[in-house]
Design a binder for this molecule. Sequence first.
Ligand code: DAK
Length: 258
Amino acid sequence: MEYEILKPEMKDGIAVVTISRPKALNALNTRFFEEMDDYIANLKNDNSIKVLVITGDGKAFVAGADIAEMVNKNKEEGSAFSRLGQATFRSLEKLSIPVIAAINGFALGGGLELTMACDFRTASTKAKFGQPEVSLGLIPGYAGTQRLSRLVGQGDALYLLMTADMIGADDALRIGLVQKVFEPEVLMEETLKIAKSIVSKGPKAVKLIKQVVRNGLAMDFDKGSELEAQQFGSLFGEGNEGKEGMSAFLEKRKPEWN
Ligand code: DAK
């Protein structure tokens, strides 16, 4: 599929996809979701990619779902748009590799929800965050109510959702909405350093971390711990990643991952 909105790049096991529709502050429209579905499907078949970074072009990461496209939809069309977006966000979240949002500017509404479907977030000091849906007489529709409250806790989530206030990168860092903040000119460079550091780690272990943390959160503590124990064990034994990593440490050499 030819992309009009996505700008994909790949280097050294890291895929970077830039959302580029700057005239509408990269607002999410049907075309975006179709392209993203295609992009995710291709990534799933590409074992050379170990980490995905998503960023935005211009002054926004994504300023929300496309209000101009949504405004004239009837109920059926609104539901179809909703299902399309929800499915895309779920398949992004279910990718086995780590996904990092590098938030260069506005991350509002559906844009903030997109970052929350990623595994963690880095941000420029110029980034702005908010869930302004209530200003439009809406509520978030891409699981923003669920993911935000799980990420930052009930009080900060309800504050952001009820007031529609926009917060800056420092506040986002303080409440745990983003994990690192960088000056705008080094955001990508620093984010790629983090991605490279992950690429150097045991690839199976990295994928298991994602699987155990994400699946474990949907379980009670004991079941989650049992899942951890099972997957911990799967890394042991001849030919397995844990064996290689621990042997390399003891032999004072770099591990050679398969
Ligand atoms: N959609 C469409 N166009 C947008 C847009 C958006 N979300 N945000 C900005 N634009 C367009 C503006 O209309 C403007 O277009 P022109 O007038 O130049 O043609 C252009 O981008 C530049 O924007 P501004 O001129 O407004 O730029 P400023 O720097 O002055 O302001 C701003 C930046 C981000 C503060 C402002 O643009 C703004 O407030 N934008 C709207 C932000 C917003 O409300 N976002 C949330 C959208 S609602 C659901 C699923 C999802 C959702 C709901 C339900 N279901 C599954 C049920 C999600 C809803 C949303 O995300």
